[in-house]
Design a protein around this ligand. Structure first.
Ligand SMILES: [Zn+2]
Length: 352
């Protein structure tokens, strides 16, 4: 009798364990299909968290557009950071080349660095050392090239860098050969080809997106996410490590070498300080305009029936029947435009 119940209890325990493991895997697949904050929180809730991983979970859970958590690994905030950083990279490349470069003189490069445990105390120094190595390699071996890109870390703890390298007067193959001298490990250097059916701008847009997907926690193989029992724990750790790497926005993970030029961007137009000429890059202009219009649509305080107590909208929520007035022609509207264009409406959202 006793033996029977012990057996039954054990079987019950095993079933519970199996169900917990299945839940872990299901949550990762669900997030893989739809990257939202609730789905990420669901993953984090299937794994025991402590210290900073717990803090990160609570931050992601309480992240709302008006109260953004600011974590780079957060699906909502990460996407905002990405949009801003992407425009910044495209502007930098255009400024350096005085327009969009020739596809033969720019390459998308991935360089794998050290593999470290997913702990901030190991990741931070590794990123710093890897940054120093890349800077040194460029300076010593490829002084005529310009680099712009971002560091990232995989769930397996591989610190790596994705970015665009401008290499005028050098072929793609020659660039890859030079880089492989310093990073001889197998598959440590990958120089990708541009997709022929797309324009260079579309290609660039795509690679910067790829380099910046902080919320893409799970890798895939043959169209399926790579998931096991450890994945949810590793995702929690990666979010913390990414935050240590990125610090504020994407500040800490950006690597920008030899990208200075006499051309600057001002209110969506490129201007050459030396020759005084204005250069228009239609693709980037369109991107800026699109973002500006989107930011305008996002402005809930512009909605009909909203009382004119701008910008204190929280206090005025729920008051109905007040005519929209001063908000329409508020003097500093243009200033907002510019701010939202550059910061993707982030600052605008955190106004008290
Ligand atoms: Zn967030």
């Amino acid at each position: 009798m006793i033996v029977d119940s012990v057996e039954a209890l054990r079987a019950f325990g095993r079933r519970c364990q199996m169900r917990r493991e299945q839940e872990k895997i299901d949550s990762v697949i669900r997030y893989y299909r739809n990257r939202t904050n609730p789905n990420l929180v669901r993953i984090l809730d299937t794994t025991p968290l402590d210290g900073e991983t717990r803090d990160a979970r609570d931050l992601v859970a309480s992240c709302y557009p008006r109260n953004p958590c600011g974590l780079y690994g957060c699906p909502c905030c990460g996407r905002r950071f990405k949009a801003t950083a992407k425009l910044d990279v495209l502007k930098r490349i255009a400024a350096k080349c005085g327009g969009l470069p020739d596809p033969c003189v720019i390459s998308f490069v991935t360089i794998n660095g050290p593999t470290v445990p997913l702990e901030p105390s190991a990741v931070e120094p590794a990123r710093r050392r890897f940054r120093a190595t890349l800077t040194k390699v460029r300076h010593a071996k490829l002084p005529d090239t310009s680099w712009v890109g971002f560091f990232d870390i995989t769930l397996g703890g591989v610190v790596h860098w994705h970015g665009a390298i401008l290499h005028p007067g050098r072929s793609k193959a020659a660039l890859a050969r030079k880089l492989r001298e310093d990073f001889p490990a197998r598959r440590a250097v990958r120089v990708s080809n541009w997709e022929k059916e797309h324009t260079l701008f579309e290609n660039l847009d795509c690679i910067v997106d790829y380099a910046l997907v902080a919320d893409r926690h799970v890798k895939r193989r043959k169209g399926k996410p790579i998931v096991d029992n450890e994945t949810s724990t590793l995702i929690a750790k990666r979010i913390v490590c990414l935050q240590y790497m990125a610090q504020r926005g994407v500040q800490g993970i950006r690597l920008c070498l030899n990208m200075k030029s006499t051309r600057v961007w001002k209110t969506g137009v490129m201007f050459d300080k030396e020759t005084g000429e204005t250069i228009v890059v239609p693709e980037i202009e369109a991107l800026i305009l699109r973002r500006r219009n989107k930011a305008k649509q996002n402005r809930k305080w512009n909605r009909e029936g909203r009382p004119a107590l701008w910008p204190r909208r929280r206090a005025t929520e729920g008051i109905r029947g007040v005519r929209l007035s001063a908000t329409d022609n508020h003097g500093s509207d243009d200033a907002w435009d510019e701010l939202e264009c550059d910061e993707e409406g982030f600052e605008a959202l955190s106004v008290p």
